[in-house]
Write a protein that binds this ligand. Sequence first.
Ligand code: ATP
Ligand code: MG
Length: 308
Amino acid sequence: MIEVRDLQKSYGDLIAVNRVSFSARPGTVFGLLGPNGAGKSTTISCISGLLKPTAGTIRVGGFDLAGDAVKAKSSLGIVPQELAIYEDLSARDNLAYWGAAYGLKGDGLKQRVDHVLNRIGLMDRAGDLPKQYSGGMKRRLNFGCGLVHEPAILLLDEPTVGVDPQSRERLFDLVREEKTKGTCVLYTTHYMEEAEKLCDELAIIDHGKIIAGGTLDELRAEFGGNDIIRLTGSFEASRVEPVIAGLNAGVLSLTPESLMITISEGARVLPAVLQAISATGADIRDTRLSEPNLESLFLKLTGKDLRA
Ligand SMILES: Nc1ncnc2c1ncn2[C@@H]1O[C@H](COP(=O)(O)OP(=O)(O)OP(=O)(O)O)[C@@H](O)[C@H]1O
Ligand SMILES: [Mg+2]
């Protein structure tokens, strides 16, 4: 449904998107995960036709975006990172506007608007103007506007930033509902939890380049089934590093205040690990053991914290 090949977008000297290729299938959520400035919005804007790529090809719904723009764009629904709602129209009218713009009308339009209003949790405020809304409510309306017309392809650019956890779950349900109907969803986020919860397939992007891709299980396999141990406290690198090497563990990050390692059978070996590290004079204040997640994967691939 979405096919991106060797996409490049430069702003002057800056290469914001650097030879990015991926394809996203119908009935799946494809996640583009990366930190601020990674190139997620630039990629989405190229797919939506808002920005002209510097190089590369994009096919949407089987149509070439450069050659057949109108047909390609007709299957798209877009939830942009910047709010795209009309401040002087009520939530109901905003949704009806976007639904009608894509050809819905009559009872079908009304039913769909009601359904989305319920799902975004704004039914009781449906007649109010967005300027009377909180930031999170505007985000929820922005979200609804992108998918009211049941597009075959949905581009969601960090749609849940600033939305409270409960509303976020409802929006996730709406995404899952669209996916079940066969919609192809492209979802950008820098929250690994979201990507883990929602996405069938992922590409991790950093500095405009895709640095890893696959299903969550495939990405986890990068760790060869190892666990992650995170410690906070105070650590002296020169003393800790040889100890970790002796434990057959790998260092993901080591700062004077924190240490993160990968190791097999983490639960079984944890007491021995703590003892060995304490013996270096380290002061361990907090210990966490987990399976590898996107945070640790990102760290392993880039040497950087995803949240930084
Ligand atoms: N209009 C522009 N002119 C110049 N540089 C830009 C422009 N838009 C984006 N950039 C640069 O391109 C790079 C990618 O930006 P982009 O907005 O695509 O990142 P992002 O992954 O969406 O980040 P975020 O998570 O903060 O939304 C950044 O270095 C950014 O500064
Ligand atoms: Mg962005």
